[in-house]
Design a protein. Sequence first.
Length: 281
Amino acid sequence: MGTGIAEVAARAGLPTYVREVTTELAARARQSIERSLAKAVERGKLAATDRDEALGLLTVGTELGPAAARDILIEAVVEDLAVKNALWAEADTLARPETIFASNTSSLTIAAMAVASGRPDRVIGLHFFNPVPVMGLVEIVPTVGTSAATVDAVLALAGRLGKEPVLAKDASGFIVNRLLVPYMLDAVRMVEQGVGTTADIDTAMRLGTGHPMGPLTLLDFVGIDTAVRIAEIMFTEYRETRFAPPPLLRRMVLVGWYGRKTKRGFYDYAQDPPVPTDLGV
């Protein structure tokens, strides 16, 4: 997600710094953005001169200071409140007082980060969707303490990035995941209960409702480990069974079947084309 956000920022003409925790990851981030921009040029979505201009605006490194020095610092680290709060606490010692801190969290409440930030009036949620260069939506999530000036600045940024913003209440999952997560989890329960096969459930939702991909394919794309983490956060928040990760999903995480990134999830991506995995249910 971080590289996608950086790409759209650079393509919008904004000087952009990407911070990774190691030089290896920093190099991979740069390469990922370069590949994405090259594909956009190949597909006629981006002029080669615009690609070169975007790359010229992009810097990648391992120090937090250059990121904190920007007008807006957007974090896209692991969905773990302790990790995010440690980042905010460090960034607060480096950033200018007027710098806005925006979190790309998809499930954690923004208020839980505001105190750690040291600047609760300038903390806001800015939730992009994957893949960021393609998806047109961004959820903007102010807390009760976020200033109107911060909201206005982030709305303006969304427009500069070519995204359609929606304002959401600071409640776990916001708008999209509040609806999407139970939908995906229900699809897993249908597999557990034998209501339909993996392929048939996905086909039914693609062709019956016009979704670009079925819920189980989507889980593989999001990352099954990520989905479990998000579901656990939302279940803790709401204590509603519809947010509880099904046993099958937990077992898949235990055996390391995270979806596309591990080549095995609800589908086996080591095969071309991918085929449904035997889940033993």
